[in-house]
Design a protein around this ligand. Structure first.
Ligand code: ZN
Length: 262
């Protein structure tokens, strides 16, 4: 409770909050982390899905699309949870600079954070991209092609290899998003991690960039992270519960301030 109070104070004192999210916030919406057992991950081995294998082997592409076809319904049906909505409230209060996310499920946008305030470091499942000509297709369109029996969909414009617009193991990070995330991390005054174990680089570098440039660092995650020792406040609890309590307190304190000023 004291920590929730302390986080709400830090938010009140901050003007540019960057929220950084990982799988932990999506698991609370029922989307399972590939590292934890259960569901479709038992039928597929994510280590099989490297970018190099996708490029070099038709069998690998077929397997990948089979996996992706099975994954999509869970993603498209998932709803934001109270953690996502609490972050969207920070946006409505004018506190949120941006969300930097490792997630590919568009749940921040669904919760009301505008598209241009969400930096998707690991891409998005919403689009499929032709690796040859760069043409983008909405995922729904490709999903119906998969469901009507296509095993490896090819680009309608050029016949090139297509891939969901997510970043696979071994695939280069998106340059524009990575640069944008670095500069916003450097410019914020509060960097709030929600649901990331901060082990995947360069994503995990962002809180360090923020801290080195004078921001306060807060981590809300079920388990400890390698960055906990530089962190101002760490809470190892469920993200949705903690964030919604934090935002309620921020709102209550803002109301009190407004009353006191009249
Ligand atoms: Zn193409």
């Amino acid at each position: 409770m004291d920590k929730i109070n302390a986080i709400s104070d830090v938010i009140l004192q901050s003007k540019r909050v960057v929220v950084f999210t990982g799988a932990g916030i999506s698991t609370e919406s029922g989307i399972s982390d590939f590292r934890s057992p259960g569901g479709i991950w038992d039928r597929f081995d994510p280590n099989e899905f490297t970018y190099q294998k996708f490029l070099s082997s038709p069998e690998s592409r077929e397997k990948y699309w089979e996996f992706s076809k099975a994954l999509w319904p869970a993603i498209v049906d998932a709803e934001p949870n109270q953690g996502h909505y609490a972050i969207a409230e920070l946006y409505h209060m004018g506190k949120l600079d941006c969300v930097i996310t490792q997630n590919i499920d568009s749940l921040h946008q669904k919760s009301g954070v505008p598209e241009e305030r969400v930096i998707e470091l690991h891409g998005t499942l919403k689009w499929v991209i032709c690796l040859n000509c760069g043409q983008r297709y909405p995922r729904e369109q490709i999903q119906s092609r998969l469901e009507s029996g296509e095993k490896i969909p090819l680009c309608e414009a050029c016949g090139g290899i297509m891939k969901p617009a997510t970043i696979s193991f071994g695939q280069p990070m998106p340059e524009r998003e990575t640069r944008e995330a670095e500069s916003r991390s450097a410019a914020c005054d509060l960097f709030l991690v929600a649901g990331s174990s901060l082990v995947v680089y360069p994503a995990a570098q962002m809180p360090l960039i923020a801290k080195d440039n004078g921001a306060k660092l807060v981590i809300i995650n079920l388990t400890s992270t390698p960055h906990d020792h530089y962190t101002d406040i760490v809470i190892n609890e469920k993200i949705g519960q903690v964030l919604s309590q934090v935002v309620e307190q921020v709102k209550a304190k803002l109301r009190d301030e407004t009353l006191a000023s009249h």
